[in-house]
Every structure is written in C-alpha cells, then in structure tokens.
Ligand binder design. Structure first.
Ligand code: ATP
Length: 335
C-alpha cells in the first residue's frame, strides 16, 4: 500500500528547503505520496487560522508529517505552533541526532554520533504549578514525572536503539539529589533496560554527562532523559558538531510523528536560494527510519556526507557558494 505523508512547506526558508528535500526523496524512489497542508503564517493568510483543522486531519490520517519551520506571530493565539502540535498529538518523544560531518566548522568533525531521546510532555515543563508570591519574593514551579511517561520514553529509546543497530542507551538523571522525580525516571528506565539484554545500559548523573559529552563524546550512543535535561543536552550535542544547521528533530507520539529541521525560518535569507537544506534532509532520513525504510535513510545520510566531503555545491553557511536546489541536486546525484 502506498504511504502518504503530510508535507508542511512552512514559512521563511521553509518552502525552499522543502522543495530541495522532496527533490532528493524523489531521487531515492521512496514511493511516498505527498499531501500538502498549510500551517503558520501561510495558513493564517489563507484561512485565518495558524493550524487549520484540515491540516490536523491530514496529520491524523497519514500519521507522519514532514514539516518546515513555521512562524508563530505574536498574538496569534499560541505561544508556539510547534508546542501546540506536540500537545495536540501527544508527541512524547523528541529525538535529535547529532552526527559529526566533514568540512563543517565544529569542535568535533568526526567521532560524534549521538541520538538524544528527550521526554517531551512532563517533567519541569508544566504550565500549572508556576507561581510567584504577591510580594514577588518567592517563586515556585513543579516537576511531575510519571511511571507511564518514563516507561514509554525509555521503551522508545531502547526500541530505537534496536531498530537502528545501536549498542548502548545512557539514562541521564539527577536521582542523587532530586530523589522523587528523577528517582522514578531512573528506576523505571532500569526496569525497561532489563527487558533489552541485547542493548547495553548505563546511568549517568547529568552534570557528569555534560562534562563527558564535551571531553569524550564518542562514548555516547543513545541518551534518554527527562524534559529539561533533554532540552539542554540536545543543544549541547548540537554545539559539539557545529550548531543547529545540521540537526533535525523528530517528535514521536503513539498516533502521529512529525519530522523537522531544528533551525528556524531564517527570514534574513528567505527566498534567496541560500538556505542549507541538510537539517530537513536529515529529518527526512529520520522519517524514513521511522517508516521502516532504513536502507534508504542510510543512503540519504551517506549521500549528504559524500557531498560535504567533495565540497560539491555547498551553501554559504558551509563556506560554499551553491544554491539550496543546487546542493540538493548534488546530494540527489549521490543517493
Ligand atoms: P525563527 O524566529 O523562525 O526562529 P531566527 O532567524 O530567529 O528564526 P533561525 O531561523 O534559526 O532563527 O536562524 C538563525 C541564523 O541562522 C540566521 O542568521 C539564519 O540565516 C541562519 N540559518 C538558519 N537556518 C539556516 C539554514 N538552513 N541555512 C543557512 N542559514 C541558516
């Protein structure tokens, strides 16, 4: 049966990097059908809504979406469309690969290949329980961790490790100090780990994990952690390999999964054909893994690496003078 995906071309550089990405996916002969749907400013202009019901229906139906960056206008009714999508589809796992690539300006241009799996729905990121006393002297916030939330994120990390041939999962925590919430997360992760004897399991306290990531990042394979630590660690990992330009993100739920580039809409270069399409292309590779097309995902990643190695048609951010579509064509020629 043909697999249809929802494609959201997005705002700013979104349409350019999406066209480039679909060009490469077509060269890979994935057989995917595309259903285009609007969100963000484009949708607001057409329909008066940032997240039209037709777009929600499309994601619900297809269960997989490839999404370019979106602009959330101030006063649009949401603090962020991305956060709203996560909430509405209960996208509990945020997965960010950080891989060192050749010919990029970075601390580590080899040896880094880390998948950070971040719990996306609970932990310290709760809207409720945030208070400031009337005199402004005392502020409180709440952390909530559940066995259910910890169990499903840990299981997702182990299943991902297994399906992508990875060898080790490291649970990052602070259970020595935050005994209740981080303790429950760690206890649950240990229980899940016991069900995956083929994957090595390691525990690391978050402060040590940060130091180890900077000193010896090659020791990490899959990291699983709670919301706040995951937010920080995934950006730390991005920094190791040269910033957000080469980092995709997957938001995974039980009923839907949305794949994207981590960077924003880059209005300063929009419409000029200068944007680097790699982050969205790598998001598409994550999507292919998710759809069970792991061989095609690997071919796509290898073609990106080969194109970077050859310095063929690279965009300005990577020191070249190529265009978005020119770069994509060079990658498509190597898949
Ligand atoms: P937003 O408000 O949507 O987050 P932003 O401009 O604040 O947009 P980014 O879009 O992440 O944040 O851009 C930060 C900088 O990185 C900008 O100078 C932008 O031009 C550059 N940049 C971001 N993505 C790319 C890309 N794919 N290719 C080249 N440069 C990029």
């Amino acid at each position: 049966m043909t697999q249809t995906i929802t494609v959201i071309r997005g705002d700013g550089i979104g349409p350019e990097i999406m066209d480039a990405t679909l060009h490469v996916l077509d060269a890979l002969q994935t057989g995917l059908e595309y259903e285009f749907a609007d969100a963000g400013v484009v949708a607001l202009e057409k329909t008066g809504e940032l997240l039209p019901e037709a777009t929600m229906d499309s994601i619900r139906r297809n269960r997989v979406a490839l999404k370019s960056p979106l602009t959330t206008p101030i006063g649009g009714g949401f603090s962020s469309i991305n956060v709203e999508l996560r909430k509405r589809f209960d996208l509990y796992a945020n997965v960010r690969p950080a891989v060192s690539f050749p010919n990029t300006k970075s601390r580590f241009s080899s040896g880094v290949d880390i998948l950070t799996v971040r719990e996306n729905t609970e932990g310290a990121y709760l809207a409720e329980g945030q208070t400031v006393s009337e005199d402004g002297e005392t502020a409180t916030s709440m952390i909530r961790v559940t066995r259910h939330g910890s169990e499903r994120i840990a299981r997702y990390a182990f299943e991902l490790a297994r399906s992508t041939g990875r060898k080790k999962v490291t649970a990052v925590h602070k259970a020595n100090i935050i005994k209740s919430t981080s303790g429950l997360f760690l206890k649950t992760a240990r229980e899940v780990a016991a069900q995956y004897p083929d994957i090595a399991f390691e525990e690391m306290i978050v402060d040590n994990a940060c130091m180890q990531l900077v000193m010896r990042p090659e020791q990490f394979d899959v990291i699983v952690t709670t919301n706040l630590f995951g937010d920080i660690i995934s950006d730390l990992c991005a920094g190791l390999i040269g910033g957000l330009g080469l980092i995709p993100g997957a938001n995974i739920g039980t009923d839907a999964a949305i794949f994207e580039a981590v960077h924003g809409t880059a209005p300063d270069i929009a419409g000029q054909g200068k944007a680097n399409p790699c982050a969205l292309l790598l998001g598409a590779a994550q999507m292919l893994d998710h759809l069970g097309m792991c061989e095609k995902a690997e071919r796509l990643r290898a073609a990106i690496v080969a194109t970077l190695e050859a310095r063929d048609s690279l965009t300005g951010d990577l020191g070249g003078d190529g265009t978005t579509m020119g770069f994509a064509k060079a990658i498509a020629g190597r898949v």
